[in-house]
Write a protein that binds this ligand. Structure first.
Ligand code: UT7
Length: 311
């Protein structure tokens, strides 16, 4: 149980949009196939993690009304840092003028939830404010000749400001897991492109989403009926539909952005969260289930009680 209120949020997508029809001119596929098998229509490409993250974070900080000197820690969840070193978090820290610790966290598509749980531990440990970003630029590591992968990925960033709160705990329960024995199902070697055994990843993803969600809900002491909004990793609409059905949560409770973003890995959960918050889909006391899975194979879920910002 941790006390950390989300007081600011924002997202950023690169300008360039790639449509299914454009993909169909590059590989043997069609808008109909991609739409029916994934739910994706367009994705944004050409982004850079440090640039997208800096924009999203600056907007989130402005919304929270916090200045650079008030941020105590920056955590960047990413699997595609701009450089091997330094950490992209350090570049973003400098861009934003922060004077605090900063590090990258790589748990692939589960990264934002890993980051949320990590940030909450730091807040419990005494920090006042943590800036958490989920960002990935997958377009540079996509094999644009492989129709089995290039149709799903995109670039983006989402950021939140977490502030210590004296009120009720906000992180009620969580689950972090990794199954390294399945690492060869989805990987990207240094200097190479993404390799994915899509069908097998799909099968494992459904089970991982279910198990992570059940564990987090059990630890939070809540049931599926108590969940008001689900923020699932945006990889494939069929994975989300199947997982929610197994959990007994109606699909209408899911925040969805993948139609216009594709799978943006660590950015996908914050992109969907920011969209839901901006649409006023969340009210005081609501229980939000965030759940992701990805390369590793990693999975993570968190049940968060929503306390509105009090700025
Ligand atoms: O966030 C990280 C985790 N990643 C994921 O969650 C991805 C999980 N996997 C998926 O989303 C799906 O497996 C894909 C969208 C990648 C593929 O969909 P699928 O329904 O699993 O297709 P499949 O690989 O089983 O292929 C079915 C058929 C095959 O043809 P045959 O052998 O039945 O004749 C494929 O060759 O569809 C064909 N196919 C395509 N056809 C048109 C595969 N990709 C395409 C394509 N366009 N892009």
């Amino acid at each position: 149980m941790a006390h950390g209120r989300i007081t600011g949020w924002a997202s950023n997508l690169p300008e360039q949009v790639l449509t299914n029809d454009e993909l169909a001119s590059m590989v043997d596929t069609s808008d109909e196939w991609i739409t029916a098998r994934t739910g994706i229509k367009t994705r944004h490409i050409g982004g850079k993690v440090t640039e997208m993250s800096t924009r999203a974070a600056a907007d989130a900080m402005a919304m929270a009304g916090v200045t650079a000197d008030q941020i105590d820690l920056l955590i960047l969840a990413t699997t595609t840092p701009d450089q091997q070193m330094p950490a992209s978090a350090s570049v973003i820290q400098d861009n934003l003028g922060l004077t605090c610790g900063a590090f990258d966290l790589n748990a692939a598509c589960s990264g934002f939830v890993y980051g949320l749980v990590t940030a909450m531990q730091f807040i419990e440990g005494g920090l006042e404010r943590v800036l958490l970003i989920g960002s990935d630029a997958l377009s540079p590591v996509v094999n644009w000749e492989d129709r089995g992968t290039c149709i799903i990925f995109g670039d983006g960033a989402g950021a939140i400001v977490l502030e210590r709160s004296a009120d009720q705990p906000s992180l009620l329960g969580w689950d972090l897991m990794s199954n390294g024995d399945a690492a060869d199902l989805l990987y990207c070697d240094h200097g190479d492109k993404i390799v994915m055994l899509g069908k097998e990843v799909f099968r494992k993803a459904v089970l991982a989403m279910e198990s992570a969600s059940l564990n987090a809900m059990e630890r939070a002491g809540v049931n599926a009926e108590d969940i008001t909004l689900v923020i699932p990793h945006q990889a494939n609409v069929r994975i989300i539909e199947t997982s929610l059905k197994r959990l007994g949560i109606p699909f209408e409770k899911a925040a969805m952005v993948l139609e216009h973003t594709g799978n943006t890995s660590a950015a996908s959960i914050p992109l969907a969260l920011v969209d839901a918050l901006n649409q006023n889909r969340v009210n005081t006391g609501d229980l939000i289930l965030m759940v992701g899975f990805g390369a590793g194979m990693s999975s993570a879920a968190a049940v968060v009680r929503w306390d509105p910002p009090q700025n």
